[in-house]
Design a binder for this molecule. Structure first.
Ligand SMILES: [Zn+2]
Ligand SMILES: [Zn+2]
Length: 149
C-alpha cells in the first residue's frame, strides 16, 4: 500500500499513481516526469506481448514503489524488467544505460502523468501489422535526454 507521502518534496508537488492488474504492485511518481515515448524495440514487444510499449522516465528519488512486490528479470546484459510478483504485469524497466532513472509503462497508470507521448523510439524495429502515421518525431533509439539528476 502507498503509505509514504512523496508529494511536495520537489518538482511540481503533484503526483500520479499506477498499479499492476491485481494491485499488489503500486507506484507513485512525482510530476513532471522526464519524458514519455512509444518504444517499438523487439524486447519490449516480446516481454509485454504488445505491438509497442509506451513508457515514461522518472528520476530515482522521485517515485515511491513497493519493491517487495516486484520480480526483476535480467532481460539483457545491462537491463532488468520488473513485473508484479503475483499477477505478472510487466511495468518497470531499468538499465545501466540510464542509471539515473526508472522507466514505467504508461498504460499501468491510474492517474495522468500530465503529458502526452511525444516521440517514437526504436521506430525502425516496429511491426508492420499496425499501420502508423506518427506525427511525433521517430528515432532509431532513445535520444539523449536530461534526467534532471
Ligand atoms: Zn499484480
Ligand atoms: Zn523498448
Amino acid at each position: 500500500m502507498i503509505d509514504q507521502d512523496v508529494s511536495g518534496t520537489r518538482g511540481s508537488g503533484k503526483t500520479a499513481m499506477g498499479q499492476c492488474y491485481c494491485g499488489a504492485l503500486q507506484i507513485r511518481v512525482m510530476l513532471p516526469v522526464s519524458w514519455v515515448a512509444h518504444c517499438h524495440c523487439s524486447q519490449c514487444r516480446h516481454y509485454h506481448g504488445a505491438a509497442f510499449v509506451s513508457w515514461f522516465g522518472v528520476r530515482h528519488g522521485s517515485y515511491w514503489l513497493n519493491e517487495s512486490a516486484v520480480v526483476w528479470f535480467r532481460s539483457s546484459d545491462n537491463a532488468e524488467r520488473g513485473r508484479c510478483r503475483d499477477c505478472g504485469t510487466p511495468m518497470l524497466f531499468r538499465s545501466q544505460r540510464w542509471p539515473d532513472e526508472l522507466h514505467v509503462a504508461l498504460a499501468v497508470m491510474r492517474e495522468s502523468v500530465g503529458r502526452q507521448p511525444d516521440m517514437h523510439v526504436y521506430y525502425d524495429d516496429r511491426v508492420e501489422w499496425v499501420p502508423l502515421q506518427p506525427t511525433e518525431p521517430c528515432h532509431a533509439a532513445l535520444p539523449a535526454h536530461d534526467t534532471g539528476a
